[in-house]
Design a binder for this molecule. Sequence first.
Ligand SMILES: NC(=O)c1ccc[n+]([C@@H]2O[C@H](COP(=O)([O-])OP(=O)(O)OC[C@H]3O[C@@H](n4cnc5c(N)ncnc54)[C@H](O)[C@@H]3O)[C@@H](O)[C@H]2O)c1
Length: 448
Amino acid sequence: MLSRHLSRRGFLKGTLAAGGAATLTALSWSRVLGSNERLRVASVGVAGKGWDDHTSVAASPHVEIVALCDVDEGKERLGKAAEKYPSARRFTDWRRLYGQAKDFDAVIVSTPDHMHAPIALPAMKLGKHVFCQKPLTHSVFEARQMRLAAEKYRLVTQMGNQIQSNAEYRTAVKLVHDGVIGKVKDVHSWQSGRLGWMLVGDRPAGADPVPEKLHWDDWLGVAPERPYKARLYHDFNWRAWQNFSNGQLGDFGCHILDPVFLALGLTAPTTVRAEAPPNNREVWTKRSTVHYEFPGTERTAGKTLKWTWYDGEGHYPTAEALDLPKKLKLPGSGSVLVGEKGSLVIPHVAMPKLLPEEKFADFKMEVVPAVNHYTSWADACCGEGKTTSAFSYAGPLTETVLLGTVAIRVRGETLRWDSKQLNIPNSAAGNALLKKHYRKGWEPSWIS
Ligand SMILES: NC(=O)c1ccc[n+]([C@@H]2O[C@H](COP(=O)([O-])OP(=O)(O)OC[C@H]3O[C@@H](n4cnc5c(N)ncnc54)[C@H](O)[C@@H]3O)[C@@H](O)[C@H]2O)c1
């Protein structure tokens, strides 16, 4: 077991070579694993996707789940996780958990989107490795801070876009890297499913009694105060609301755009423009089309690349519009990359398909085996291997996704994106949406 972990001396040597007092500040908080010791993981947001996250990470023999934190103490949430890990300490407030920072080494953050950065960034400041759900954050600015913090404190990070590690997406990326469709001219991506969480068109009047086991104020966290209403927010349906989520693009973008972003080596768009119905005050639009333009890369045909995103029930391009055979049935969500030598359909989630079929009839597709997105994070925390969706990658991907959600809110404007300056120079309205307001008492001391 010892060989799996870096010795204290080795760890510090590597750190000093990398330089930076800040690194040591973080490390001075972190524990160095010894023989027979396990990575002590705290899980924040333990039900819903959080259940998948901590059980998948705990599948590693090197992991011990030592702390559970959830604002809902009900038997389906904190109660259920507590039954699974009876010796883990229980918390309802992550700030109290962080008060016991010496008792854990790494954190899983699986809360609704608006609390990802407020919970993950202080953990990083404490020198904790982080696995954080997608989209990495709730604002573009926060996504940048997450990337910078991971770099500054030299932590092992992974975003929860686990489909990246599946054979299907990995195979698709390899096909593009191998040049099978040639250089890519144009990309279209979509999620045309029903918005099952869009239960109302606006905030209803009144309030419902807060369930006895739910800490509603802590659930709201950095978001503006609002009365509790049953079913509309907690659980799952928070996705409808701008204060807590990033709508359908935010929900699926970090999955569906991921293999394209990775395959083409994209980093930041230069312009973004959206078509969408007028926004309601508080819920997201039910349908949008977002046009991104990126600088070309070695894998694109031109000096720029156009990439269009579509969401909304039944909203996606026809095969004909993409110069594909009229009878071709496109998947309900996924992407088409139009290349100089053929097209690639990347369904969400199924094996990729090369077109035209006749041209690739004899092509033997080499399936790239899956890797474990969760235990690879735990292994990397123990000094073995690397994660594939570290915040150095997931940060720019999330920035791209969230720039689309900025464009949706200032629909019709072509936003010029200055990634270096983290600025939209031609739109005050767009620029204002790169950051968000935090509730009094929850101000972000965690952003430096
Ligand atoms: N990678 C994927 O395939 C995938 C799938 C579903 C959800 N997600 C992501 O996972 C996250 C959670 O989504 P969900 O559908 O599970 O939501 P959910 O509302 O069903 O569950 C969230 C859990 O976090 C708890 N929680 C909420 N605020 C908290 C706080 N401040 N501190 C501690 N616990 C808190 C809730 O009580 C609940 O148990 C989101 O970011 C979502 O985008 C990812």
